[in-house]
Design a binder for this molecule. Structure first.
Ligand code: SAM
Ligand code: DTB
Ligand code: SF4
Length: 348
């Protein structure tokens, strides 16, 4: 007998959503335990390497040039600033460093600079991720050759709701970039935003689109909309946290081996809501004071939350921080060297 992978349809995904909360969470947690250490959470830190003045019109975004959000545009960060930020991220316990640029797509010259940045992050022994907008196949290949581990490119929402959010590029354009990333051998990071006024059916269709990619993404960021004053989404009513938790659970069931990341919007979530998300199958977070342009959950608070929940950071197999050249660098053990009694696990 072969073990059948369920073929998900929109009706079946909606049926998952509509179960009683306890049934859904039990199912999701069971799937989670079958594939992951339920107490390990992957920790990434974000840096905006090129902020603002983006030509796209994503209705949620602080960085779109189409809206008056009061954000100051910045030039591409110099390499030494990137290195300093990555080092700080490593010191505080992140194992992956993600760099985002407010571009529709990078030029080849811009890519040269990003490739240097990837080299710097890899030299620090960290996993590297970038999100630069649309890519061509040769550009994806260049990033792979530079040692890039993950490329983030979100589908953002369902194909049906997409037109309400962005008009300057198509859903299919996103899929093309994801295919180039996949074909190059880079791990795919793709997810989206919840709470943009989409329906539950849209949330189901959004997750189904990710699960039905030729291969599901290795990493699935789920962002709760951060309402940015000046954008068309500034006044959207907030999504019920219970519905957000349900969405995490459905993502876990549909994509059993993907890392599901609690991304933007954690700052506005209670500890209890985050704890439920971890139970439902979320096993990655953005950690650090800032996301790209907005504040993230406080680092001390995150450390305390991990302690309260008995969660430890996941140390990836290839994580080999080379501390020789950095006098003030502590290890991903958080600097205690095991002296605090957590020697069998790293902690933040
Ligand atoms: N410019 C590139 C692009 O869009 O492909 C990369 C950076 S972009 C800021 C990365 C992702 O961040 C977006 O696709 C979106 O899912 C998420 N994001 C941006 N602004 C957000 C907000 N206000 N609230 C929640 N998520 C947001
Ligand atoms: C993703 O899905 N979320 C991150 C990352 N990918 C690049 C970005 C969140 C941005 C939140 C709004 C801001 O800080 O501007
Ligand atoms: Fe530009 Fe990315 Fe923001 Fe869209 S989400 S406006 S592409 S920076």
């Amino acid at each position: 007998m072969t073990s059948a992978t369920p073929t998900w349809t929109l009706a079946r995904v909606l049926a998952l959503f509509e179960q009683p909360f306890n049934d859904l969470l039990f199912q999701a947690h069971t799937v989670h335990r079958a594939h992951f250490d339920p107490n390990a959470v992957q920790v990434s830190t974000l840096l905006s390497i090129k902020t603002g003045a983006c030509p796209e019109d994503c209705a949620y975004c602080a960085q779109s040039s189409k809206y008056e959000t009061g954000l100051e545009r910045e030039r591409l960060l110099p390499l030494d600033e990137v290195r300093a930020a990555a080092l700080r991220a490593r010191e505080t316990g992140a194992t992956r460093f993600c760099m985002g640029a407010a571009w529709r797509n990078p030029t080849d010259k811009q890519l040269d600079k990003v490739i240097d940045m990837i080299g710097v992050v890899k030299d620090l022994g960290m996993e590297a991720c970038v999100t630069l907008g649309m890519l061509t196949a040769p550009q994806a290949k260049r990033l792979k050759d530079a040692g890039l581990d993950y490329y983030n490119h979100n589908i953002d929402t369902s194909p049906e709701f997409y037109g309400e959010v962005i008009s300057t590029r198509r859903f299919e354009d996103r899929l093309d970039t994801l295919a180039h990333v996949r074909d190059s051998g880079i791990n795919v990071c793709s997810g989206g935003i919840l709470g943009m006024g989409e329906s539950r059916q849209d949330r189901a269709s959004f997750l189904l689109s990710l699960a039905n990619l030729p291969r599901p993404p290795e990493s699935v960021p789920l962002n709760m909309l951060v309402r940015i004053p000046g954008t068309p989404m500034a006044e959207i009513p907030s999504l019920d946290p219970i519905e957000f938790i349900r969405t995490v659970a459905v993502a876990r069931i549909l994509m059993p081996t993907s890392h599901v990341r609690l991304s933007a919007g954690r700052e506005g979530m209670t500890d209890e809501a985050q704890a439920w998300c971890f139970f439902a199958g979320a096993n990655s977070i953005f950690y650090g004071d800032k996301l790209l342009t907005t504040d993230n959950a406080d680092q001390n608070h995150d450390r305390a939350l991990f302690d309260k929940l008995g969660i430890h950071p996941l140390i990836p197999a290839g994580f080999t921080p080379d501390t020789d050249d950095d006098e003030d660098v502590t290890s991903p053990m958080g600097g205690c060297g095991g002296a605090c009694g957590h020697s069998h696990h790293a902690h933040l």
